[in-house]
Design a protein around this ligand. Structure first.
Ligand SMILES: [Zn+2]
Length: 443
């Protein structure tokens, strides 16, 4: 009896507890229902559960009581992973993997996962097998179209041979979308026993190598007051800037614009490659009149020479190559009447007056895009002088490795080609009508 009775009490107790629980649960649900009803202001709110939230990057194991040391470690790991990821975006795979391999105490399941992901991307690279290479060129960009196209003597020339800042800025995402990746022209060739041969280059599947060059980065006197930058300079962080109306800017020519674009889109540049800056010498370099030093006082002379060195160093540091574009840019190049003596003088002056400040180079960007037959003594002279990469102008952008040299022809993306020969651009790149600056006189 007692045992039965106590069992009965126990059963009743359990039942009561159950009822209580059910009631509490019901009340809870009801309360939640009420709250939910109150919180719902309109029927437009999307259902909560149905939208799948994208899986976030693998998160660190939950840290219930993060002590400062632990937090610092997590931050350090996050920074390491971000750095490795950034490197891999610019195709610095070996560097990114090395960074993760040296993670030491920061190593975790996450760093291992990132390492696998990056190694996978590297393994997917393929040699570029195409015979078509791509090289486009510009002159210094028009910053102020009002001043460039003011109808004076120079306006027609600017409309034909120049590109505006807005046009260049509009081209970059189009080139990227079309599968181009900037490549260093010196990476396209290797020399075996003095012979230039095609060097195998790697790219992600389906991508195409693009070289960009900029001619006459001298900011000639005739361009003064016509809406161009005045010169190049270097900011406190070592970045190349354009000086426009006396002020440093980051959008006054191809170089700072491309530098900024690649900083934002590292995947547009193979290991930081930017392009080629081609300079003459008869009015100095980068806007500094270092070949007319006698016109200036000693302090200005020293300042100009130092600036030229600084700009050249900053350009190289950010992935630019510097090329010789002849010293004189004389007409004797374009009509190919240049004699051996004239050529010796021309190249000799570039080597004596320009190279010591901008650095030696093996790239020759021919003035007026002139080309010589392969056995022409004037071409052989250039090769003998160390110019083993020769770039003329030709719409089909032929690239060949012959006679100990790399020849790569270039297509000008200027007003003349974009307006008069749009099919040359469409064939390889984009429809130029979509980028043309409406400020052009015959837009
Ligand atoms: Zn030129």
């Amino acid at each position: 009896m007692t045992s039965k009775g106590s069992a009965g009490v126990r059963v009743t107790g359990v039942l009561l507890a159950l009822v209580l629980l059910v009631e509490l649960a019901a009340a809870g649900i009801f309360l939640r229902y009420l709250t939910a009803k109150k919180e719902e202001p309109a029927a437009s709110k999307p259902p909560e559960v149905l939208t799948p939230v994208p899986e976030p990057e693998p998160q660190p194991e939950p840290e219930p009581q993060p002590d400062p040391e632990q937090e610092a470690m997590l931050k350090e790991r996050q920074a390491l992973m971000e750095r490795a990821y950034q490197l891999s975006q610019g195709y610095y795979y070996d560097e990114a993997l090395a960074l993760l391999d040296q993670a030491g105490a920061l190593r975790s399941a996450q760093t291992d996962a990132l390492r696998r992901e990056i190694a996978q991307k590297q393994a997917e690279l393929v040699p570029y097998e195409g015979d078509q290479f791509y090289h486009v060129f510009f002159h210094s960009l028009i910053v102020d179209t009002d001043r460039a196209f003011d109808g004076d003597y120079d306006s027609t020339g600017y409309d034909l041979y120049m590109t505006t800042v807005s046009e260049f800025q509009a081209m970059l995402p189009k080139l990227q979308a079309a599968g181009f990746i900037l490549y260093d022209i010196t990476d396209l060739v290797e020399f075996r026993d003095g012979e230039a041969v095609r060097r195998e280059i790697l790219l992600p599947p389906g991508k195409k190598p693009l070289v960009i060059s900029v001619d006459d980065v001298n900011y000639y006197k005739y361009m003064e007051g016509d809406g161009f930058a005045q010169r190049l300079d270097v900011d406190e962080e070592g970045r190349v800037v354009t000086v426009v109306d006396g002020q440093p800017t980051y959008d006054g020519d191809v170089m700072p614009i491309l530098d900024a674009y690649v900083a934002k889109h590292p995947e547009f540049s193979w290991r930081g490659a930017k392009g080629v800056v081609a300079i003459t010498g008869y009015e100095g370099a980068f806007g500094y009149r270092i070949t007319d030093l006698e016109d200036y006082d000693a302090a200005t002379q020293a300042w100009m020479l130092q600036k030229t060195r600084d700009v050249a160093a900053a350009l190289r540091e950010s992935g630019w190559k510097i090329a010789c574009h002849s010293y004189t840019h004389n007409q004797y190049w374009s009509d190919r009447t240049i004699t051996a003596q004239q050529e010796e003088y021309d190249i000799g002056r570039w080597k004596r007056d320009i190279a010591p400040y901008v650095g030696e180079t093996n790239i020759f960007i021919s003035p007026f895009g002139v080309a010589f037959p392969d056995n022409d003594p004037r071409l052989l002279y250039l090769k003998e002088q160390g110019f083993t990469i020769y770039c003329p102008v030709e719409a089909s952008m032929t690239t060949r490795w012959e006679n100990g040299m790399l020849f790569q022809s270039r297509l000008n993306l200027d007003g003349m080609v974009m307006k008069d020969y749009p099919e040359r651009v469409k064939r390889f790149f984009f429809d130029p009508a979509t980028v043309l600056d409406p400020a052009r006189p015959h837009g």
